[in-house]
Write a protein that binds this ligand. Sequence first.
Ligand code: FA5
Length: 343
Amino acid sequence: MTELEQQLQSARAEAEAALAACAELPALDQLKAKYLGRSGTVSAALEQLGKLPKEEKPRIGKLANEIKNAMTAAIAAKRDELEAKVATSGPTIDTTLPGRRHHIGHLHPLTQVFERTVEVFRRMGFAVEDGPEIEDEWHCFDALNTPANHPARDMQDTFYIDPKAMPPDPQLGRYLLRTHTSPVQVRTMMKQKPPIRIVALGRCFRRDELDATHSPTFHQVEGLHVDKNVTVADLKGTVEFFFQQLLDPETKVRFRPHFFPYTEPSFEIDLSTPHFRARGKEWIELGGCGMVDPTVFKAVGYPDDEYTGWAFGFGIERLAMIMWSINDIRLFTENDVRFLEQF
Ligand code: FA5
């Protein structure tokens, strides 16, 4: 065997070993350049063919070509193999491991009461209205027949906005955080003519001390129905139907005479549910209501004596507390999941 044949055979053996060990595409490229490239081992051997004696040329030339072809094919096969591996590799998943549990959240209890309230009133043909949380004195009080000397307009009772931040309006007065949802009555009546059937739900603010049943911020739902010949019987029937749907078909509703400046007559709404009756507690106070006072119709520009209507307002927190026997209003805002996940 000539020296050149030996060189070629050992290059072949070396290349085969390197190819078998090669596990990555960049290494394969290097390997190809080393053995088959223009100045690679095989090409260098082929260049030397010219210097060989005539009788050796065909034999060694054949051998060099065989080695070149075999290495080209082997490198191509390796490339296919490595490329397929790259395409199918990814993070490996052990499908036998137990799955990770996702904690599915749910709606806050107050939001659930909101949604159920809206659902029952929609069935009775009521639309949902909205109003601003920052109100002005006219919509919150004056238009609702609540004069300037009423305690609700006292600085001690109400959160007023700094007049430097929001200067008072010459017509509408100072700005404040609304103390109830009743100004939505005024806003709705000013933008549309009867028949009106709306509910408005939202946040209210009062300078009340935080205790088990009071919070400086709480929610109310307001209802308003104005049309021709609307009566107290409509009011009582609607309120009773609502609570029977929301709480229990056996719920009883009691109207106790009361005073609100913007309704006449006015009532306090008391509830009695089988659940509370079973615990020896008969009536629970929930909110106020009454027939819309003619002075309110006047303030919103309705003609005299053409319409009658009723309105109510009650506390959403108090309603949720009755629904689920919750004994402390502070739980709603503490965001303790041990409490929240019970609903
Ligand atoms: C009113 O706010 C009247 N606007 C209701 C009304 C509307 C009467 C329409 C007539 C016609 P009152 O101040 O009573 O009424 O409040 C109604 C309910 O809101 C209360 O019964 C209570 O459930 C809730 N509420 C009032 N203040 C707080 C508070 N600080 N924390 C939690 N809930 C409160």
